[in-house]
Design a protein around this ligand. Structure first.
Ligand code: NAI
Ligand code: MG
Length: 491
């Protein structure tokens, strides 16, 4: 267990454009605060259309400058690897900053997020010099070959739940493929993304390759989506905003990839290792305060073990300690914002009103008299038609639904507009694979939950979006385009 580190993080407050700090053109700022205490951490420059335009011009400049555009893939790989080293060297500080800004436990920031960010940059460093086209057998006296080229300027818009990780998921492959990036972090958690920009410059990324423009979604985010010189938008966030981005991007025909919300089923069969299932279901919904797009928020349990499971999960939830996110004993940190807390509590009320049985948590709480905390919550006897079974809550709230048999489980699992992930708990290997093939979700975990690796693609079916993060193929699909070149060989 880590203890509270002694580092005092540097808190960035300005926009990062063309390898330099800048104020917003309009002079505006916004406060970002620590959700565990309510304390304001910084007044951060609020980027608007003019700032986004400046950042896009810097990025375009990089795409036209031989230093970036003409950089050898090996050198690009080297820079990404150096960036990984720099992130690793500052992991304590960055993890502290992440926890202060987001409210997640320091354990999660330091032991999960930061190592995965470092791994991500190393993995995509490996991709950078393995991007190549084909030679294609065509009719006639021609040589035909393809080039895999960068898209150009990529706008990355990321949310607040995994601020640095999700920035890395997009920035690392986009840079590996030779694009220039304008990153728009969430207004709740802009700090680590700004440090990422600074570190990239420190290790040698040329001016304009990575720019970071914090600001509000409706201003900085929307301006990036509208900008005619942005070639693509890679977005992670809510489904409604994903839809708005897709509509808006139609105007300039940008390539869009969307990693959106979920209401993922975690399916427990009676023949599962129930102890392991209780643990897996518990972390599936309480990890990261449940502010996880792939959270296993619908827990489907086979009738034969339903009562025992309800009791065991409720007991585990009651032991899921809410506390100071910096403390090693804390399992559940602070909900990212007052607004999100209200949203979660609203769903708790709706569950009660609809007649679901509250068996654990459901309460707002404080630590040292302050902060946006809520206890680990379990609702039993949830009907799939209830709001808490249909809508993404994005908080530590599990909805338990009993099922009768495999077909019933699959039917309920697929009874959602979302399709991000699913969990399956059973000792029957054939059953596990059958269900895995029938569930409409982009990721399926069997006898485990919340596993990620830079090499394995992640993304949604249905209204959880399209396009995949992570993985070699996903990077090429998302961040490169193919040029076909014809050469006449008979003259
Ligand atoms: P959001 O979707 O509004 O925010 C995500 C990012 O999009 C932020 O950087 C935001 O500034 C930006 N954004 C917002 N409006 C935009 C626009 N019109 N154009 C361009 N960019 C825009 O999510 P929000 O409102 O913070 O959270 C609300 C709910 O969304 C949560 O309760 C949760 O259910 C869901 N959500 C899902 C996430 C996921 O990973 N699937 C992440 C964050 C939120
Ligand atoms: Mg904050």
């Amino acid at each position: 267990m880590p203890s509270t580190p002694s580092v005092t993080p540097t808190i960035p407050e300005r926009l990062w454009i063309a390898n330099a700090w800048a104020d917003a053109a309009g002079g505006g700022t916004f406060a970002t605060s620590n959700p565990a205490t309510g304390e304001v951490l910084a007044q951060v420059a609020a980027g608007e259309a003019e700032d986004v335009d400046r950042a896009v011009r810097a990025a375009r400049g990089a795409m036209e400058d031989p230093e970036w555009r003409g950089m050898s893939p090996h050198r690009r790989a080297e820079l990404l690897w150096k960036l990984a080293d720099a992130l690793e060297a500052e992991a304590d500080e960055l993890a502290t900053l992440e926890t202060l800004d987001n409210g997640k436990t320091f354990f999660e920031s330091r032991k999960v997020d930061l190592p995965s960010v470092v791994e991500n940059f190393r993995y995509f460093a490996g991709v950078a010099d393995k991007i190549q086209g084909n030679t294609i057998p065509v009719a006639g006296p021609f040589l035909n070959y393809t080039l895999r080229e960068p898209l150009g300027v990529v706008g990355c818009i990321v949310p607040w739940n995994f601020p640095l990780s999700l920035a890395a998921w997009k920035v690392a492959p986009a840079l590996a493929c030779g694009n220039a990036v304008v990153l728009k972090p969430a207004e709740q958690t802009p700090l680590t993304a700004l440090r990422l920009g600074e570190l990239a410059a420190r290790v040698g990324f040329p001016e304009g390759a990575l720019n970071v423009v914090p600001g509000f979604g409706s201003k900085a985010g929307a301006a990036l989506v509208r900008h005619p010189d942005v070639d693509a938008i890679a977005f992670t966030g809510s489904t409604p905003v994903g839809k708005a981005i897709m509509r808006e991007a139609a105007e300039t025909l940008k390539k869009v990839s969307l990693e959106l919300g979920g209401k993922s089923p975690n399916i427990v069969f009676a023949d599962a290792d129930l102890k392991a299932a209780v643990r897996g279901v518990s972390t599936g919904i309480f990890y990261g305060k449940g502010e996880v797009c792939a959270a296993g928020s619908r827990v489907l349990v086979e009738r034969a073990v339903y009562d025992d499971f309800v009791e065991a999960l409720a007991a585990r939830a009651q032991k899921t300690t809410v506390g100071d996110p910096m403390s090693p004993d804390t399992r559940l940190g602070a909900i990212v914002s007052e607004q999100q807390l209200e949203r979660v509590l609203g769903y708790v009320e709706s569950g009660k009103e609809d007649g679901a049985r509250l068996v654990a948590g459901g309460e707002r709480t404080t630590v040292d008299g302050r902060g946006n905390f809520v206890t680990a919550t379990v609702f039993a006897d949830v009907d799939p038609a209830m709001k808490i079974a249909r809508e993404e809550i994005f908080g530590p709230v599990a909805a338990l639904i009993p099922f009768e048999d495999l077909d019933d489980a699959v039917r309920i699992a697929n009874q959602t507009v979302y399709g991000l992930a699913a969990g399956i708990w059973t000792r029957d290997i054939g059953k596990a694979h059958r269900v895995a093939s029938q569930v409409r979700a982009g990721t399926v975990w069997i006898n485990t939950y919340n596993q990620y690796d830079s090499a394995s693609p992640f993304g949604g079916y249905k209204q959880s979006g399209f396009g995949r993060d992570l993985g070699y193929d996903s990077a090429l699909e998302k961040y490169t385009q193919v040029k076909s070149v014809w050469v006449a060989m008979d003259r």
